[in-house]
Structure formats: C-alpha cells, structure tokens
Design a protein around this ligand. Structure first.
Ligand SMILES: [Zn+2]
Ligand SMILES: [Zn+2]
Length: 181
C-alpha cells in the first residue's frame, strides 16, 4: 500500500486550465499550511452526469470518487469546469461531506459574471480558491459559520462569495489547526 501523505491531493476532472490546480495548491499551502500535491488529471465520471439537467450530480460524483480504493492522500479535492448540481439547488460551486475524503469545486459558475460577461482572471482565481478552501474545511469537519467575514460562511451566490474575504475567522482557524490530522 502507498504511504499516506499528510497533504491534500488535487485532481482535475476533464478539461480544465492547468493554472487552476496550481492556484488551489498555493492557497492550500498558504492558508491551511498543508502540502498540496497535484495528481494526474482524470476523466469526468460519466456515472454522475444527468441527461435531464445536463449537469453533473455533485453527490453522485463524490460517491463515485469515494467508492474507489483509497490512495496516497486521505483528503482530496477534484476541480472541474463542468457544472454541478445537488437535487435541491439549480447549481452549486462546490460540494463535500463533513469529514469526507473528497471535495469538489467547479469553476463553471465562477468564470461568469451575473450579466454573462467574463470576470478578470484574478476574480476567477480568488473565487475558486475561496470555494476550494471552504469545501476542504468541511473535509476537516468544519460546519457553516455565522461570521459573514469567514470562509466557512455559506455563500448563496457570487455576490456573497465576492463579499467573503479570503480568510477563516479565529474560531474556524483554531478548529482547523486542531482538526488537521
Ligand atoms: Zn459549505
Ligand atoms: Zn468561521
């Protein structure tokens, strides 16, 4: 068996700019103080695609990823350009289970403005990092935070996400320090 790495594994699913995993890796290292390893890209799991909604079912995607034999990293994040949904929402930016092994982040909704225009690249990168850090927080059992100035605050949309600063509140940051492996 492969040794268990303490860091976070990052996997791109399907076509995605190679910059995205690099940006997420840099944020994991600087905000979570964990190593981030970019792993080989994989195909999007066809089993999670919904022909009715023309989107990927986030819950099914996580179930698929978690059904595979565990490899070197205990916690992993999959990054994708395809649109994600959960049955009760039209779309989600990301998804994860509390204490789970895999988190998801999709850039599909993050690389568009409300009016349909394309945001500056830095805006896309910052949004992606925020969603990824939030979802990884859940992997370490963090729950949603009441503090609107905390990354664990629930973002209902892009305006919420853009208002959220790139930081964990003191409480969530302390919880993370204790929860990390
Ligand atoms: Zn959340
Ligand atoms: Zn918080």
């Amino acid at each position: 068996m492969e040794p268990i790495h303490k860091g976070i594994g990052i996997v791109s699913l399907g076509d995605l700019s190679p910059l995205i995993p690099k940006i997420v890796a840099a944020h994991i290292e600087s905000y979570l103080h964990l190593d981030a390893d970019i792993l080989p890209a994989e195909d999007l799991p066809a089993a999670a695609y919904s022909r009715q909604r023309l989107q990927y079912d986030a819950g099914k995607m996580i179930a698929f990823l978690e059904s595979r034999p565990p490899t070197g990293h205990k916690k992993k994040i999959a990054l994708l350009a395809a649109d994600l949904f959960v049955p009760i929402f039209s779309h989600v930016f990301g998804e994860s289970r509390q204490g789970g092994a895999w988190a998801l982040t999709s850039v599909f909704r993050l690389e568009r403005q409300k009016n349909g225009s394309i945001p500056a690249p830095e805006t896309l990168y910052e949004r992606t990092a925020k969603v990824a850090l939030h979802e990884i927080g859940h992997l370490f059992c963090l729950v949603h935070c009441d503090d609107p100035l905390c990354l664990m605050h629930f973002s209902g949309g892009l305006s919420d996400l853009d208002r959220t600063p790139l930081q964990f509140c003191r409480y969530c940051a302390q919880y993370l320090r204790e929860a990390k492996f």
